[in-house]
Design a binder for this molecule. Structure first.
Ligand code: ATP
Length: 273
């Protein structure tokens, strides 16, 4: 696996959160919408599938992969789409989306309706690990996705998902522990956690939560021959957590430059405009 090339792609997308890049008036654009438990992220790629714009907003409109606030989800997605259209000077028309593995057709359709309600035609509904793997390109190995609510893992063999699992324990639990420890509100703990320069101070406090995440992964990998684990999802931004995971699980753990943006990028890569 070419880690440097993966990091370059993600860093390019990260830069688009700050400054969008110019696009031609008639160029095909590829859009990915990630409706998550904690964030809605919209990514735009140019005709060469290079990132040109990205916007996101904290939103509690999805729970356990299900849309729980349809109007809220549609409103935020539409706002992000409009913001990106203004930045790019182009209308966005099509998008790919992703849902957790095992989401029913009915619940997947609700995700679709949110994005269609925001004015985009949905060209593909992927499962999240397949989206992440569009960036990582694993043939064999495990993708561990730790987002807001859960620790999910997907085992790949010959480039195909052969086993998935998803259990409660994610970034929300990290924030709750921080809130209790510092005597601050959940919102303050969320903000504190995202200050990467404070991760050295935070990790010892939340280590038991990370160990719990590792124990979930370890249990699902028991009896399987796995050579490496790849971390994605916003909670994996927590500095050095990969070291805790590796020492608990005993298998090499890799983390890309910004694990938060892997799945959103992978979704956009699958948009057939
Ligand atoms: P899920 O995958 O559970 O549906 P989601 O898709 O919204 O949720 P992500 O967007 O991958 O999940 O990650 C969101 C989580 O990542 C939140 O708990 C957020 O606080 C956390 N997070 C985001 N940035 C950072 C950071 N820099 N450091 C630590 N945690 C972070």
């Amino acid at each position: 696996m070419n880690f440097a090339s993966i990091d370059n792609k993600i860093e390019a997308l990260e830069e688009c959160l700050v400054t969008s890049l110019p696009v031609e008036a008639d160029e095909k654009l590829h859009v990915g919408v990630d409706l998550g438990t904690a964030y809605i992220v919209v990514v735009v790629l140019n005709s060469c599938k290079q990132p040109v714009a990205c916007a996101m907003e904290f939103a509690q409109v999805i729970k356990d992969g299900l849309v729980v606030d349809y109007l809220g989800a549609t409103t935020i997605t539409r706002k992000l789409v409009k913001q990106l259209e203004k930045q790019l000077g182009r209308e966005l028309t099509h998008a790919a989306i992703a849902v957790p593995p095992g989401t029913s057709a009915k619940d997947s359709n609700t995700h679709r309706f949110v994005v269609e309600g925001a004015g985009l035609e949905v060209t593909a509904i992927l499962d999240e690990p397949t989206a992440a793997n569009a960036v990582l390109g694993l043939q064999d190995g495990v993708i561990v996705d730790i987002g807001g609510g859960t620790t999910g893992l997907s085992i790949f063999e010959d480039g195909k998902v052969v086993h998935v699992a998803d259990e409660a324990t994610g970034g929300t639990h990290v924030s709750l522990v921080l809130a209790g420890s510092y005597g601050i509100s959940f919102e303050e703990a969320e903000a504190l956690k995202k200050q990467n320069k404070r991760h050295g101070e935070i990790l010892p406090i939340v280590r038991p939560v990370v160990q719990k995440m590792a124990s979930i992964v370890k249990r699902h990998l028991a009896g399987r021959k796995v050579s490496a684990i790849h971390l994605v999802g916003g909670t994996c931004c927590l500095g050095e957590m990969e070291k805790v995971m590796q020492s608990e699980i005993g298998i090499p753990v890799h983390k890309p430059a910004n694990p938060f943006l892997v799945t959103p990028l992978g979704i956009a890569l699958n948009c057939a405009a």
